[in-house]
Write a protein that binds this ligand. Structure first.
Ligand SMILES: C[S@@+](CC[C@H](N)C(=O)[O-])C[C@H]1O[C@@H](n2cnc3c(N)ncnc32)[C@H](O)[C@@H]1O
Length: 184
């Protein structure tokens, strides 16, 4: 199965993502796996990604799930209007958004839609000698963005708006999952 999805969902079961709620925004939803698994747990799911093939598959997979809205968008192009989600999930896509915005300026938009929980599964150490990290690192270097893409930089924007509720190892050793909760 692509992207270790069932094993990752197993890990995410111990997080509030799996508990459900009012509105889930799934950024970079790919083929809609999480939408199918989580549709019954949320009143509404907004999901999008910028790849036509993935969205075609996601739309097919979610036919009949009336509370799931799937669309072809990047984080930058999606018009959230005044949407406030109690759960925002960024699964292995924050580096793409970082590249789209050429830095962390998208954090303002991310914070504005995240009312309660924000879960980010992300490449946690760009200097790991794993092949996927080397590809990403070279890509960031070629764009002059390498030094900014660190956990410390990311958390600078998220804390103190959020508190770090959980840190989990993902299936891949290059990925980590952080669960953030809006500070009261
Ligand atoms: C590695 S896949 C992860 C898919 C899924 N979220 C998961 O956790 O398995 C990265 C996803 O991010 C999407 N993506 C790429 N650039 C994006 C952007 N600028 N904004 C939002 N999503 C983006 C891709 O289309 C793809 O669906």
């Amino acid at each position: 199965m692509q992207n270790n999805l069932p094993s990752r969902l197993k890990i995410l079961r111990s997080t509030p993502l799996y508990k459900g709620g009012r509105l889930l925004i799934d950024v970079g939803c790919a083929t809609g796996y999480f939408e199918v698994q989580l549709a019954s747990k949320y009143q509404k799911i907004i999901a999008f990604c910028p790849h036509e093939g993935e969205i075609k598959t996601a739309k097919k997979a979610t036919i009949g799930l009336k509370n799931v809205e799937v669309s072809l968008n990047t984080f930058g192009s999606y018009n959230f209007k005044d949407a406030k989600a109690d759960m925002v999930y960024l699964g292995n896509c924050i580096h793409y958004i970082f590249i789209e915005y050429k830095g962390w300026s998208f954090m303002e938009k991310l914070l504005s839609i995240s009312e309660d929980y924000l879960i980010i599964e992300y490449p946690y150490d760009i200097n790991l000698e794993e092949s996927d990290m080397i590809v990403l690192k070279n890509n960031l270097i070629s764009k002059g963005l390498y030094k900014l893409f660190t956990k410390k930089e990311m958390l600078k924007y998220l804390l103190p708006n959020f508190t770090l509720a959980q840190t989990l190892k993902s299936v891949s050793k290059t990925r980590e999952i952080i669960v953030l909760r809006r500070a009261k």
